[in-house]
Design a protein around this ligand. Structure first.
Ligand code: GTP
Ligand code: MG
Length: 468
């Protein structure tokens, strides 16, 4: 790759792709194409060096584990890792993230192995990134960029593509660098018709920024339309009070495999990070015949870029609005509990921290580790999405958990109040109705929200009587 001082080399960071190829590549974005070049080249396999820094309170092992995962991410993005550099620091160096001597060592290694790009495991500030590229003479990107790249490759629905492109622009905006920078040459390329002609006294950087901002606003408007449609569907669903279960978990944990196993959903499964970006919902039959809706969702990862969380908010709402989360954990992963913690962090960020959670340790066919995990996590179940072992237990556990969230109650509703009667039917499951002298006596299963809404008609609970 040419030195970054050469403006030709800076058209698309991390690539030496000619603009024409770049456009055809970006064609993958369909209507949303034009301005979202990839961070890692895909027409050949780039050689990549990884950099990890151990900051307190972390240990060197954490850094290595982070780099193992980053290597998987880089591989998924379509490039080869040719080496690693690690450093222990009390805090990042403001200008270059790693220390001056380390930058020098990294530059020498990069030259020796002839790598195309250097990837840092932590988020680099735009200034750090710029300084590093100057010092190293090659593209420097961070973990966020690699994850954005993979999302871009995997997006297939119109909504998914728009969300990814939005996240990429939000990532790039503060990194625009004027002439020779990220977007000065390519932004207009495929997008076309954005009317970003340079006005009097306007620098190229300002033109670029205006162009990207315009695109961001367009994407935000498009996504609002799509979200509105989803909102309508969601309201219809919530009116019908169908119970909703969301499968959440770390990427590659086996969420899609499990949904397929439980429902014949036919969702795409791949040994690849972020195989699923779009939510798929299927009807799930519970023991006893009750039907619920189950949704497979996008996977999470440690240090999930906040731009993606923001952009995927409407997709992620599925989890926040579910009645129950089935947290799928890969029990054969190097650190299943670390992954669980990362998932819970994202769940908190998207407002799903309070939704009841049932833990399913998946891939029980692959190791014996699940036994220890199930012991340590009361109420959890072990399952294999691949072989189906434990699927019955999981369904039973889902059914039990949902049932435990509702209580069987008695309500006395005046005959004249047909509206209240209808509301009871909407809010819960009516078990029996009986006309009495004082009005209609209903026995029903209601969740906490339903009970509080209908509080004035409650005459008692009927827990002793098993629901049928
Ligand atoms: N051995 C074993 N492998 C499994 C099991 N479940 C899933 N896998 C494998 O794990 C990989 C990931 O499975 P997916 O179902 O795509 O995982 P996911 O959680 O949907 O992943 P993303 O959509 O990428 O977040 C695939 O190679 C599956 O075949 C299991 O129970 N046992
Ligand atoms: Mg999946």
């Amino acid at each position: 790759m040419t030195a970054p001082d050469d403006p030709e080399a800076r058209l698309v960071p991390g690539t030496n792709r000619a603009p024409a190829e770049e456009e055809s590549h970006r064609g993958a974005f369909g209507d949303y194409g034009g301005t979202s070049g990839a961070f890692i080249e895909r027409t050949f396999r780039e050689k990549i060096l990884l950099v990890g820094v151990t900051l307190p309170p972390h240990l060197d092992d954490d850094t290595e584990a982070g780099l193992d995962e980053l290597e998987l991410l880089v591989d998924t993005a379509g490039a080869d890792v040719v080496g690693r550099v690690v450093q222990r620091r009390s805090r990042p160096e403001p200008a270059t993230y790693i220390g001056k001597g380390k930058v020098e060592e990294l530059r020498a290694l990069a030259e020796a192995v002839d790598c195309d790009t250097v990837v840092f495991d932590d988020e680099l500030s735009p200034a750090q990134q710029n300084n590093l590229e100057k010092a190293l003479g090659r593209t420097a990107i961070d973990r966020t960029a690699v994850i954005l790249d993979i999302f871009a490759q995997n997006a297939s629905s119109q909504e998914g593509k728009a969300q990814v492109e939005l996240a990429m622009h939000r990532y790039r905006l503060p990194r625009l660098r004027g002439k020779g920078g990220y977007l000065s040459q390519q932004a207009g390329g495929g997008g076309g018709g954005l009317g970003a002609r340079r006005g009097p006294g306007e620098t190229q950087l300002e033109v670029d920024r205006r162009r990207v901002l315009r695109r961001v606003h367009k994407l935000e408007a498009d996504l609002r339309d799509i979200t509105q449609h989803r909102e309508t569907q969601r309201k219809a669903r919530s009116r019908s009070r169908v119970t909703h279960v969301a499968l959440v978990g770390y990427t590659n944990a086996g969420k899609s495999t499990l949904l397929n196993q439980l429902t014949d959903a036919d969702v795409h499964v791949e040994d690849r990070l972020f195989a699923t970006l779009d939510a798929t919902t299927r009807r799930l039959e519970l023991p006893g015949g009750e039907g619920v809706l189950a949704t497979d969702t996008v996977g999470f990862i440690a240090k999930l870029p906040h731009q993606l969380v923001e952009a995927f908010r409407s997709t992620l709402d599925v989890a926040a609005e579910a009645d129950l989360l089935v947290h799928v954990v890969d029990s054969s992963a190097p650190d299943p509990e670390g992954q669980m913690a990362a998932v819970r962090e994202v769940l908190g960020e998207i407002g799903a921290g309070d939704v009841p959670e049932l833990i399913a340790f998946n891939k029980r066919d692959a190791t014996e580790e699940w036994k220890r995990l199930v012991d340590r996590h009361p109420g959890s179940v072990a399952v294999s999405g691949r072989t189906g072992v434990g699927a019955e237990d999981l369904l039973q556990a889902i059914s039990d958990r949902l049932r435990a969230m509702t209580t069987s109650v008695e309500l006395l509703v005046p005959f004249a109040r047909g509206d209240v009667m209808a509301e009871v039917h909407r809010e819960g499951e009516v078990l029996s109705e009986e006309a009495t002298d004082d009005g209609m006596l209903l026995r029903a299963r209601l969740d906490a929200a339903g009970r509080s809404k209908l509080a004035e008609y409650l005459v008692g609970t009927a827990e002793a009587r098993p629901a049928t």
